[in-house]
Design a protein around this ligand. Structure first.
Ligand SMILES: Cc1ncc(COP(=O)(O)O)c(C=O)c1O
Length: 416
Protein backbone atom coordinates (compact mmCIF):
# COMPACT_ATOMS: atom_id res chain seq x y z
CA UNK A 1 0.00 0.00 0.00
CA UNK A 2 1.14 3.52 -0.64
CA UNK A 3 2.34 5.10 2.58
CA UNK A 4 0.52 8.38 2.08
CA UNK A 5 -2.73 6.69 0.99
CA UNK A 6 -2.70 4.67 4.20
CA UNK A 7 -2.11 7.74 6.34
CA UNK A 8 -4.69 9.87 4.58
CA UNK A 9 -7.29 7.15 5.00
CA UNK A 10 -6.40 6.45 8.62
CA UNK A 11 -6.08 10.15 9.58
CA UNK A 12 -4.47 9.44 12.98
CA UNK A 13 -6.10 9.60 16.42
CA UNK A 14 -6.66 13.36 16.40
CA UNK A 15 -7.01 13.64 12.64
CA UNK A 16 -10.25 11.68 12.93
CA UNK A 17 -11.72 14.70 14.67
CA UNK A 18 -11.28 16.66 11.44
CA UNK A 19 -14.89 15.70 10.63
CA UNK A 20 -15.75 18.40 13.14
CA UNK A 21 -15.89 21.87 11.66
CA UNK A 22 -12.40 23.14 11.05
CA UNK A 23 -11.81 26.65 12.31
CA UNK A 24 -14.58 26.14 14.86
CA UNK A 25 -13.84 23.07 16.96
CA UNK A 26 -10.45 22.30 15.52
CA UNK A 27 -7.83 24.98 14.88
CA UNK A 28 -10.10 27.87 15.97
CA UNK A 29 -8.67 31.35 15.46
CA UNK A 30 -8.88 33.80 18.34
CA UNK A 31 -8.07 37.27 17.11
CA UNK A 32 -7.12 40.61 18.62
CA UNK A 33 -4.92 41.47 21.58
CA UNK A 34 -4.33 38.78 24.17
CA UNK A 35 -6.87 39.77 26.80
CA UNK A 36 -10.01 38.26 28.33
CA UNK A 37 -12.25 39.62 25.55
CA UNK A 38 -11.04 38.40 22.14
CA UNK A 39 -12.67 38.01 18.75
CA UNK A 40 -13.84 34.64 17.49
CA UNK A 41 -15.56 34.51 14.10
CA UNK A 42 -16.41 38.19 14.37
CA UNK A 43 -17.89 38.00 17.87
CA UNK A 44 -16.36 39.14 21.12
CA UNK A 45 -15.78 36.19 23.44
CA UNK A 46 -14.87 36.01 27.09
CA UNK A 47 -11.83 33.79 26.67
CA UNK A 48 -10.40 31.33 29.22
CA UNK A 49 -7.61 29.93 27.08
CA UNK A 50 -5.04 32.72 27.21
CA UNK A 51 -2.08 30.78 28.65
CA UNK A 52 -1.01 34.03 30.23
CA UNK A 53 -1.37 33.48 33.98
CA UNK A 54 0.13 36.78 35.12
CA UNK A 55 -1.19 38.92 32.29
CA UNK A 56 2.32 39.65 31.02
CA UNK A 57 1.45 39.01 27.35
CA UNK A 58 0.07 42.50 26.98
CA UNK A 59 1.88 44.29 29.79
CA UNK A 60 2.99 47.66 28.35
CA UNK A 61 6.56 47.34 29.69
CA UNK A 62 6.86 43.85 28.24
CA UNK A 63 5.50 44.92 24.86
CA UNK A 64 7.95 47.82 24.75
CA UNK A 65 10.99 45.75 25.67
CA UNK A 66 9.98 43.07 23.12
CA UNK A 67 9.54 45.69 20.38
CA UNK A 68 12.80 47.50 21.23
CA UNK A 69 14.75 44.23 21.31
CA UNK A 70 13.27 43.19 17.97
CA UNK A 71 14.23 46.56 16.48
CA UNK A 72 17.75 46.39 17.90
CA UNK A 73 18.58 42.76 17.25
CA UNK A 74 16.13 41.36 14.70
CA UNK A 75 15.25 37.68 14.93
CA UNK A 76 18.42 36.24 13.45
CA UNK A 77 20.94 36.97 16.22
CA UNK A 78 22.69 34.98 17.60
CA UNK A 79 23.58 32.95 14.56
CA UNK A 80 23.55 29.26 15.43
CA UNK A 81 23.42 26.73 18.27
CA UNK A 82 24.69 27.90 21.67
CA UNK A 83 27.79 25.69 21.45
CA UNK A 84 28.83 26.99 18.03
CA UNK A 85 27.84 30.59 17.31
CA UNK A 86 24.59 31.06 19.26
CA UNK A 87 25.80 32.22 22.66
CA UNK A 88 25.60 35.74 24.08
CA UNK A 89 26.16 37.48 27.40
CA UNK A 90 22.39 38.09 27.50
CA UNK A 91 21.60 34.37 27.27
CA UNK A 92 24.00 33.76 30.13
CA UNK A 93 22.56 36.61 32.16
CA UNK A 94 18.99 35.30 31.79
CA UNK A 95 20.25 31.89 32.92
CA UNK A 96 21.85 33.45 36.02
CA UNK A 97 18.65 35.32 36.85
CA UNK A 98 16.50 32.22 36.43
CA UNK A 99 18.87 30.17 38.59
CA UNK A 100 18.61 32.73 41.36
CA UNK A 101 14.80 32.81 41.02
CA UNK A 102 14.41 29.03 41.35
CA UNK A 103 17.23 28.72 43.89
CA UNK A 104 19.39 26.37 41.84
CA UNK A 105 23.12 26.64 41.14
CA UNK A 106 22.73 26.73 37.41
CA UNK A 107 20.18 27.00 34.60
CA UNK A 108 20.27 26.14 30.91
CA UNK A 109 17.93 27.79 28.42
CA UNK A 110 16.06 25.51 26.01
CA UNK A 111 14.18 26.23 22.79
CA UNK A 112 10.53 25.35 23.41
CA UNK A 113 9.32 23.35 26.40
CA UNK A 114 8.31 20.26 24.51
CA UNK A 115 11.49 19.69 22.57
CA UNK A 116 13.65 20.93 25.43
CA UNK A 117 12.53 18.53 28.14
CA UNK A 118 12.08 15.68 25.68
CA UNK A 119 15.72 15.99 24.73
CA UNK A 120 16.88 16.53 28.33
CA UNK A 121 15.31 13.18 29.22
CA UNK A 122 17.12 11.59 26.30
CA UNK A 123 20.43 13.06 27.46
CA UNK A 124 20.01 11.83 31.03
CA UNK A 125 19.64 8.09 30.46
CA UNK A 126 21.29 5.24 28.60
CA UNK A 127 20.26 1.62 28.09
CA UNK A 128 21.27 0.58 31.62
CA UNK A 129 19.09 3.21 33.30
CA UNK A 130 15.40 3.09 34.24
CA UNK A 131 12.86 5.90 33.81
CA UNK A 132 9.76 5.95 36.04
CA UNK A 133 7.07 8.53 35.35
CA UNK A 134 3.52 9.47 36.37
CA UNK A 135 0.80 8.13 34.08
CA UNK A 136 -0.75 11.59 33.59
CA UNK A 137 2.48 13.23 32.50
CA UNK A 138 2.43 15.67 29.59
CA UNK A 139 3.24 14.32 26.11
CA UNK A 140 6.73 15.86 26.25
CA UNK A 141 7.62 13.54 29.15
CA UNK A 142 5.97 10.52 27.57
CA UNK A 143 7.74 11.17 24.29
CA UNK A 144 11.09 11.78 26.03
CA UNK A 145 10.66 8.44 27.76
CA UNK A 146 9.77 6.82 24.42
CA UNK A 147 13.23 7.71 23.14
CA UNK A 148 14.75 5.69 25.96
CA UNK A 149 16.08 2.30 24.89
CA UNK A 150 16.28 0.95 28.45
CA UNK A 151 13.36 0.10 30.73
CA UNK A 152 10.63 2.58 31.53
CA UNK A 153 7.93 2.09 34.14
CA UNK A 154 4.77 4.09 34.68
CA UNK A 155 3.06 4.63 38.03
CA UNK A 156 -0.67 5.42 38.32
CA UNK A 157 -1.26 9.13 38.84
CA UNK A 158 0.21 10.28 42.17
CA UNK A 159 0.14 6.70 43.53
CA UNK A 160 3.13 6.77 45.85
CA UNK A 161 2.83 3.14 47.02
CA UNK A 162 2.94 2.05 43.42
CA UNK A 163 5.90 4.35 42.73
CA UNK A 164 7.73 2.64 45.63
CA UNK A 165 7.04 -0.73 43.97
CA UNK A 166 8.36 0.53 40.65
CA UNK A 167 11.47 1.85 42.41
CA UNK A 168 11.96 -1.60 43.97
CA UNK A 169 11.71 -3.20 40.50
CA UNK A 170 14.00 -0.58 39.03
CA UNK A 171 16.63 -1.06 41.75
CA UNK A 172 16.63 -4.79 41.10
CA UNK A 173 17.40 -4.08 37.47
CA UNK A 174 19.96 -1.34 38.00
CA UNK A 175 21.84 -3.29 40.66
CA UNK A 176 22.54 -5.81 37.86
CA UNK A 177 23.01 -3.34 35.00
CA UNK A 178 25.00 -0.75 36.92
CA UNK A 179 22.56 1.95 35.77
CA UNK A 180 20.66 4.66 37.62
CA UNK A 181 17.01 5.68 38.05
CA UNK A 182 15.23 8.85 36.84
CA UNK A 183 11.78 9.66 38.27
CA UNK A 184 9.74 12.26 36.36
CA UNK A 185 6.54 14.01 37.40
CA UNK A 186 4.85 17.39 37.14
CA UNK A 187 4.60 20.17 39.74
CA UNK A 188 1.10 21.21 38.62
CA UNK A 189 -0.64 18.72 36.36
CA UNK A 190 -1.70 20.84 33.41
CA UNK A 191 -5.00 19.13 32.63
CA UNK A 192 -6.54 18.64 36.09
CA UNK A 193 -4.62 21.25 38.09
CA UNK A 194 -3.73 18.94 40.97
CA UNK A 195 -0.18 18.96 42.32
CA UNK A 196 2.41 16.23 41.97
CA UNK A 197 3.02 14.59 45.35
CA UNK A 198 6.51 16.00 45.50
CA UNK A 199 6.88 15.76 49.29
CA UNK A 200 6.02 12.08 49.29
CA UNK A 201 8.26 11.45 46.28
CA UNK A 202 11.29 13.11 47.84
CA UNK A 203 10.61 11.14 51.04
CA UNK A 204 11.23 7.98 48.97
CA UNK A 205 14.80 9.18 48.41
CA UNK A 206 15.52 7.91 51.93
CA UNK A 207 14.78 4.36 50.74
CA UNK A 208 15.78 4.41 47.08
CA UNK A 209 18.54 5.93 45.03
CA UNK A 210 17.02 8.00 42.23
CA UNK A 211 17.09 11.46 40.68
CA UNK A 212 13.94 13.56 40.36
CA UNK A 213 13.01 15.70 37.35
CA UNK A 214 9.93 17.94 37.76
CA UNK A 215 8.10 19.64 34.88
CA UNK A 216 6.56 22.73 36.46
CA UNK A 217 5.17 24.38 33.32
CA UNK A 218 2.02 25.51 35.13
CA UNK A 219 3.62 26.10 38.55
CA UNK A 220 6.40 28.55 37.71
CA UNK A 221 5.10 32.07 38.36
CA UNK A 222 1.83 30.86 39.87
CA UNK A 223 2.84 28.74 42.87
CA UNK A 224 5.05 29.41 45.91
CA UNK A 225 5.57 32.49 48.03
CA UNK A 226 7.80 34.16 45.42
CA UNK A 227 6.34 32.44 42.35
CA UNK A 228 9.32 30.09 42.12
CA UNK A 229 6.95 27.19 41.61
CA UNK A 230 5.53 24.06 43.14
CA UNK A 231 8.82 23.00 44.75
CA UNK A 232 8.79 26.25 46.69
CA UNK A 233 5.08 25.87 47.49
CA UNK A 234 5.63 22.40 48.94
CA UNK A 235 8.98 23.19 50.58
CA UNK A 236 10.96 20.64 48.53
CA UNK A 237 12.76 22.76 45.97
CA UNK A 238 16.17 21.59 47.25
CA UNK A 239 15.28 17.96 46.71
CA UNK A 240 14.18 18.44 43.12
CA UNK A 241 17.32 17.45 41.22
CA UNK A 242 16.20 19.01 37.95
CA UNK A 243 13.55 21.71 37.80
CA UNK A 244 12.03 22.45 34.38
CA UNK A 245 9.58 25.09 33.23
CA UNK A 246 8.47 26.71 30.00
CA UNK A 247 8.14 30.37 29.05
CA UNK A 248 4.82 29.52 27.38
CA UNK A 249 2.60 30.07 30.43
CA UNK A 250 3.38 32.63 33.18
CA UNK A 251 6.19 34.15 31.12
CA UNK A 252 3.85 34.62 28.13
CA UNK A 253 6.56 33.89 25.58
CA UNK A 254 8.43 30.99 23.98
CA UNK A 255 11.36 28.93 25.23
CA UNK A 256 12.02 27.05 28.45
CA UNK A 257 14.71 26.25 30.97
CA UNK A 258 16.11 23.54 33.19
CA UNK A 259 17.87 24.16 36.50
CA UNK A 260 19.91 22.07 38.91
CA UNK A 261 23.38 21.64 40.36
CA UNK A 262 26.15 23.20 38.31
CA UNK A 263 27.79 19.95 37.27
CA UNK A 264 24.69 18.25 35.91
CA UNK A 265 23.65 21.40 34.01
CA UNK A 266 27.17 21.56 32.59
CA UNK A 267 26.74 17.95 31.45
CA UNK A 268 23.42 18.88 29.81
CA UNK A 269 24.98 21.80 27.92
CA UNK A 270 27.21 19.33 26.12
CA UNK A 271 24.65 16.56 25.66
CA UNK A 272 21.11 17.86 25.01
CA UNK A 273 20.80 17.18 21.30
CA UNK A 274 17.83 19.50 20.69
CA UNK A 275 20.08 22.37 21.74
CA UNK A 276 23.37 21.23 20.23
CA UNK A 277 21.81 20.76 16.81
CA UNK A 278 19.39 23.69 16.78
CA UNK A 279 19.63 27.44 16.81
CA UNK A 280 19.51 29.19 20.18
CA UNK A 281 16.70 31.47 21.35
CA UNK A 282 16.56 34.74 19.37
CA UNK A 283 17.53 37.87 21.25
CA UNK A 284 14.05 39.45 21.67
CA UNK A 285 12.96 36.31 23.54
CA UNK A 286 16.00 36.53 25.81
CA UNK A 287 15.81 40.28 26.51
CA UNK A 288 12.02 40.03 26.78
CA UNK A 289 12.48 37.06 29.12
CA UNK A 290 14.51 39.20 31.53
CA UNK A 291 11.79 41.85 31.60
CA UNK A 292 9.13 39.24 32.30
CA UNK A 293 11.21 37.69 35.06
CA UNK A 294 11.78 41.09 36.65
CA UNK A 295 8.01 41.73 36.70
CA UNK A 296 7.25 38.21 37.90
CA UNK A 297 9.71 38.67 40.79
CA UNK A 298 9.01 42.26 41.75
CA UNK A 299 5.28 42.63 41.19
CA UNK A 300 3.54 40.30 43.65
CA UNK A 301 0.25 42.03 42.83
CA UNK A 302 0.19 40.10 39.53
CA UNK A 303 0.12 36.79 41.40
CA UNK A 304 -2.31 38.21 43.97
CA UNK A 305 -4.73 39.24 41.21
CA UNK A 306 -4.41 35.84 39.61
CA UNK A 307 -5.26 34.05 42.86
CA UNK A 308 -8.17 36.41 43.57
CA UNK A 309 -9.71 35.38 40.25
CA UNK A 310 -8.79 31.71 40.74
CA UNK A 311 -10.37 31.56 44.19
CA UNK A 312 -13.55 33.33 43.06
CA UNK A 313 -13.88 31.04 40.05
CA UNK A 314 -13.16 27.80 41.87
CA UNK A 315 -15.22 28.54 44.98
CA UNK A 316 -18.07 29.92 42.84
CA UNK A 317 -18.14 26.78 40.71
CA UNK A 318 -17.99 24.51 43.77
CA UNK A 319 -20.80 26.44 45.46
CA UNK A 320 -23.00 25.86 42.42
CA UNK A 321 -22.30 22.13 42.66
CA UNK A 322 -19.84 21.80 39.79
CA UNK A 323 -17.23 19.07 39.99
CA UNK A 324 -13.83 20.70 39.54
CA UNK A 325 -11.83 17.72 40.78
CA UNK A 326 -8.80 18.18 43.03
CA UNK A 327 -7.24 21.28 41.56
CA UNK A 328 -4.94 23.20 43.88
CA UNK A 329 -3.61 25.52 41.19
CA UNK A 330 -5.09 28.06 38.79
CA UNK A 331 -5.88 25.31 36.23
CA UNK A 332 -9.64 24.83 36.58
CA UNK A 333 -11.26 21.77 35.05
CA UNK A 334 -15.05 21.46 35.07
CA UNK A 335 -16.22 17.86 34.69
CA UNK A 336 -19.61 17.25 33.08
CA UNK A 337 -21.24 14.02 31.88
CA UNK A 338 -21.77 13.51 28.19
CA UNK A 339 -20.34 12.16 24.97
CA UNK A 340 -18.74 13.75 21.94
CA UNK A 341 -22.02 14.91 20.40
CA UNK A 342 -23.11 16.64 23.57
CA UNK A 343 -19.68 18.19 24.02
CA UNK A 344 -19.83 19.64 20.49
CA UNK A 345 -23.31 21.08 20.95
CA UNK A 346 -22.53 22.45 24.38
CA UNK A 347 -19.41 24.24 23.18
CA UNK A 348 -21.32 25.72 20.23
CA UNK A 349 -24.03 26.97 22.59
CA UNK A 350 -21.45 28.46 24.97
CA UNK A 351 -19.81 30.31 22.11
CA UNK A 352 -22.88 31.35 20.09
CA UNK A 353 -25.29 32.24 22.87
CA UNK A 354 -23.13 33.06 25.88
CA UNK A 355 -20.01 34.41 24.12
CA UNK A 356 -17.71 32.26 26.22
CA UNK A 357 -14.67 30.53 24.78
CA UNK A 358 -12.89 27.79 26.71
CA UNK A 359 -11.12 24.56 25.84
CA UNK A 360 -13.01 21.30 25.85
CA UNK A 361 -11.32 17.99 26.52
CA UNK A 362 -12.93 14.71 25.53
CA UNK A 363 -12.16 10.98 25.34
CA UNK A 364 -9.43 9.61 25.11
CA UNK A 365 -7.82 12.34 27.24
CA UNK A 366 -10.62 11.96 29.81
CA UNK A 367 -12.76 8.80 30.28
CA UNK A 368 -15.64 8.10 27.86
CA UNK A 369 -18.77 10.10 28.70
CA UNK A 370 -16.83 12.80 30.52
CA UNK A 371 -16.70 16.31 29.09
CA UNK A 372 -13.99 18.44 30.64
CA UNK A 373 -14.19 22.18 30.17
CA UNK A 374 -10.80 23.62 31.03
CA UNK A 375 -10.48 27.19 32.25
CA UNK A 376 -7.18 29.01 32.68
CA UNK A 377 -7.84 32.09 34.79
CA UNK A 378 -5.35 34.95 34.63
CA UNK A 379 -4.44 38.09 36.55
CA UNK A 380 -6.25 40.15 33.91
CA UNK A 381 -9.65 38.44 34.23
CA UNK A 382 -12.14 40.16 36.52
CA UNK A 383 -14.66 39.05 39.12
CA UNK A 384 -17.42 40.04 36.66
CA UNK A 385 -15.91 37.66 34.10
CA UNK A 386 -16.12 34.95 36.76
CA UNK A 387 -19.78 35.70 37.53
CA UNK A 388 -20.72 35.75 33.86
CA UNK A 389 -19.00 32.42 33.29
CA UNK A 390 -20.53 30.63 36.25
CA UNK A 391 -24.04 31.66 35.29
CA UNK A 392 -23.43 30.56 31.67
CA UNK A 393 -22.11 27.23 32.94
CA UNK A 394 -25.22 26.75 35.06
CA UNK A 395 -27.39 27.36 32.01
CA UNK A 396 -25.52 24.94 29.74
CA UNK A 397 -25.33 22.32 32.45
CA UNK A 398 -29.13 22.52 32.80
CA UNK A 399 -29.54 21.98 29.04
CA UNK A 400 -27.03 19.12 29.08
CA UNK A 401 -28.89 17.36 31.89
CA UNK A 402 -32.25 17.78 30.16
CA UNK A 403 -30.89 16.13 27.00
CA UNK A 404 -31.03 19.23 24.79
CA UNK A 405 -27.54 18.67 23.41
CA UNK A 406 -28.11 15.07 22.35
CA UNK A 407 -29.29 15.78 18.83
CA UNK A 408 -28.69 18.14 15.96
CA UNK A 409 -25.54 20.08 15.22
CA UNK A 410 -22.49 17.83 15.30
CA UNK A 411 -24.60 14.70 15.79
CA UNK A 412 -25.38 14.40 12.08
CA UNK A 413 -21.77 14.92 11.18
CA UNK A 414 -20.63 12.15 13.45
CA UNK A 415 -23.19 9.70 12.14
CA UNK A 416 -21.99 10.10 8.56
C1 LIG B 1 3.31 20.31 31.52
C2 LIG B 1 3.84 20.89 30.23
N1 LIG B 1 5.11 20.63 29.86
C3 LIG B 1 5.61 21.11 28.72
C4 LIG B 1 4.86 21.87 27.86
C5 LIG B 1 5.44 22.29 26.55
O1 LIG B 1 5.88 23.59 26.59
P1 LIG B 1 6.06 24.46 25.23
O2 LIG B 1 4.71 24.95 24.84
O3 LIG B 1 7.00 25.54 25.67
O4 LIG B 1 6.66 23.56 24.20
C6 LIG B 1 3.53 22.17 28.20
C7 LIG B 1 2.65 22.99 27.35
O5 LIG B 1 2.89 23.93 26.75
C8 LIG B 1 3.02 21.67 29.42
O6 LIG B 1 1.75 21.94 29.78
Amino acid sequence: MDLFEKLIENKGPLGRLSILEEGYYMFPKLEGEIKPRMQFKGHEMLTWSLNNYLGLANHPEVRKVDADAAAEWGLAYPMGARMMSGNSKHHEELERQLASMIDKESVMLLNYGYQGIFSVIDALVDRKDVIIYDRESHACIVDGARLHIGKRFIFPHNDIDNLAKQLERAENLTSESGGGILVITEGVFGMAGDLGKLKEIVELKKRYNFRLLVDDAHGFGTMGATGAGTGEELGVQDEIDLYFSTFAKSMASIGSFIGGDKEIIEYLRYNVRSQIFAKSLPMPLVIGGMKRLELLKNTPSLRENLWKVVKALQSGLREKGFNIGDTESPVTPVYLSGGLVEAGNLIRDLRENFNIFCSVVIYPVVPKDVIMLRLIPTAVHTLDDVKETISAFEAVQGKLKSGQYQKSGVAELLQK
